[in-house]
Design a binder for this molecule. Structure first.
Ligand SMILES: *Cc1c(COP(=O)(O)O)cnc(C)c1O
Length: 393
């Protein structure tokens, strides 16, 4: 693959090769450039770079070659013109909102989004005069009714965490554009290996690279993907000024993660589907939430919108909190942690961890019962994962 020629290649090929620009050393693996600044050939060149008249590196808060390789690779995978890498997934969401919205504007968001995103919207963006309304993820009429003249963007995560509720991205994009808004999709749970929101009409894709893009639980990072204006100018403009940029070391780790992303996601999906089907057979399990199950209320949408059903499985254990905790505590191999997107399978009790700060009524409304357990299925043998969960049943 020649430099800058990402056209026509399959996802698996882009994951391995997109964005690499070899230096004169002929290195095979992508190099890390741990440099904060860059040297100019002359005073005139420095002036031209600073004036923006000439392309090139100035300072690693703005650009870094290793980070750029990660950005180009992820942009190619998502099918976007531009990607900007950020210090974390939360920094990606912050940069998107502050890069694209002004005081007085408004966000309509799915109610079922990452907890820190809710705090960012309600506690911090509200201080900048940006208010957020929340709607049920799958109720298109509610989305429509919540849009105001000052609404700038719609924000959604699909499938949701932990109940794997689904939004129809194509329908939401149509609604957003009919009402002069942008659609932002947090694609952290699926990655471009399973779902490509831009091809379905979304304007912006957000990632926590911390999860499946790394895939091995090593680094914190994030990214925003979209077109040259929205992402390349507006989001990037905020980022280079405010500074939550990605370190070249982390970008290199994410590059190595991306190379195996399609393979890993297939394996996560296969394990998760097998686990979900097995859980459905267990008499102590009242309900299993997984888009790959025929019993999932939006299984048809999942089949249309995703090329695999993801690695997150949730289920209600009969007996409430006591039974859920007993099941979690009986595991010997699974990691008891709220993290996800790792080779290692993790198990968590949402009602007392990720959703513990909600009032009991709000939790009930969100469908997070006391017996609910979430498993982020890793890459161990499915037999060992099942045996570990079976211990506490
Ligand atoms: C983890 C996560 C985030 C935040 O990402 P960080 O890298 O932890 O800042 C945002 N959205 C979703 C869906 C996540 O799972």
């Amino acid at each position: 693959m020649n430099d800058n020629d990402d056209s026509g290649y399959a996802l698996e090929t882009l994951a391995v090769r997109a964005g690499q620009h070899r230096t004169g050393e002929g290195e095979h693996s992508e190099p890390i450039f741990p440099t904060s600044s860059y040297v100019f050939g002359s005073a005139a060149e420095a002036a031209a770079r600073f004036a923006g008249d000439e392309p090139g590196n100035i300072y690693s808060r703005f650009t870094n070659p290793t980070v750029r390789t990660f950005e180009e690779r992820l942009a190619a995978l998502e099918g976007g013109e531009r990607c900007v890498a950020t210090a974390s997934g939360m920094a990606a969401i912050l940069a998107t909102c502050l890069g694209l919205l002004e005081q007085g504007q408004h966000i309509v968001s799915s109610r079922s989004i990452f907890g820190s995103t809710v705090v960012l919207f309600d506690k911090y963006l509200s201080r900048c005069g940006i208010q957020t309304s929340y709607v049920p993820i799958d109720d298109l009429d509610a989305w429509d009714a919540a849009i105001r003249p000052e609404t700038g963007l719609l924000f959604v995560e699909t499938p949701s965490n932990p109940l794997t509720e689904m939004a129809d991205i194509e329908a939401l994009a149509k609604l957003a554009h009919a009402r002069d808004c942008l659609l932002v999709v947090d694609n952290c749970f699926c990655t471009p290996a399973l779902q490509r929101p831009l091809a379905l009409g979304a304007d912006i894709v957000i990632h926590s690279a911390t999860k499946y893009l790394d895939g091995q639980g090593r680094c914190v990072g994030g990214a925003v993907v979209g077109d040259a204006q929205l992402v390349g100018e507006d989001v990037y403009g905020f980022l280079r000024t405010a500074g939550p940029s990605m370190s070249p070391f982390n970008a290199w780790v994410f590059l190595k993660g991306l190379e195996t992303l399609p393979l890993r996601m297939q394996a996560h999906c296969a394990n998760a589907l097998a686990l979900a089907q097995w859980l459905e057979q267990q008499p102590q399990i009242e309900r299993v939430y997984y888009p790959g199950l025929v019993s999932h209320p939006r299984h048809g949408l999942a089949e249309r919108q995703m090329s695999g059903f993801g690695g997150i499985v949730a289920f209600d254990v009969a007996g409430g909190r006591e039974a859920a905790w007993r099941l979690i505590d009986a595991t010997r191999m699974l990691s008891i942690t709220a993290n996800l997107g790792d080779t290692k399978t993790t198990i968590t009790h949402p009602a007392t961890t990720t959703h513990g700060r909600l009032s009991p009524e709000a939790r009930l409304q969100a469908g997070i019962g006391d017996g609910l357990v979430r498993v982020a299925v890793g890459l161990e043998s499915i037999d060992d994962i099942q045996a570990d969960i079976a211990r506490g049943l």
